[in-house]
Design a protein around this ligand. Sequence first.
Ligand SMILES: O=C(O)c1cc(=O)[nH]c(=O)n1[C@@H]1O[C@H](COP(=O)(O)O)[C@@H](O)[C@H]1O
Length: 273
Amino acid sequence: MTTQQLVAQIRKKKSFLCIGLDVDLEKIPQQLLTEEDPIFEFNKAIIDATHHLCVAYKPNTAFYEAYGLKGWQSLEKTIQYLNQNHPEIFTIADAKRGDIGNTSRMYAKAFLEDLGFDSVTVAPYMGKDSVEPFLEFTDKHTILLALTSNEGAFDFQTISMEGKELYKQVLETSKSWKNSENLMYVVGATKAEYLADIRKIIPNSFLLVPGVGAQGGNLQDVCKYGLTDTVGLLINSSRGILYASNDQNFAVAAAEKAKELQQEMAAILQQSI
Ligand SMILES: O=C(O)c1cc(=O)[nH]c(=O)n1[C@@H]1O[C@H](COP(=O)(O)O)[C@@H](O)[C@H]1O
């Protein structure tokens, strides 16, 4: 999916919501555990109930890898279901990969080619040659970790070297890489006060912003400095939507939570047009 197509979907749905499909078998309604593939059945119900309210889904691969081969099959079925039934939805494999080039090439193939995601999250720590194999997929997007939502972000990402914080070096250096127009960046919603500085370096790039809801980030704060002329934001919520209820009405409850965020987004978009 091109960035222009993503922006068109955002305008049409009046939403820049990304729903994180972080499925935890201990948190889903227990009656689903009798199904052959509880993870897929849960995702299917969530997708059926929320696809009109969001523009992206982001399965975090940890929640699938943790269940071994069966988990990986659930991930495969989920992305197939999305690609077949909702090709207008932007899909993110939240895998946070990155290794020597020869290995990154295999990660890129796995997520962008074999599974067929539109994008994958990548850690920049190993540098240019570890990210390039992802960027070679010019019809896809590489989402680079810039300033993450967790407390540990302050351990390295904000350390200043030669007068510039590491996350700013990541943003600036990555702009010089081949096919960098296909880069997006992760900035945590809990770091909203950094967005004005971040937008000075990457004024138009799309940002994937996790951390609203369960982690305490705030949508209004993020939009204040993060929003661009072409929106430029995908706001992720996982637990806050998925586990709104764990009885048999879980999908309806999830849709209600998604709708609350979508309506807040619609109001913001209306004001900013
Ligand atoms: O790359 C991510 O998506 C990510 C980056 C980050 O800085 N913080 C962060 O929470 N995430 C992911 O975003 C999701 C947040 O989930 P909730 O806190 O349940 O909404 C999880 O899948 C995290 O792994």
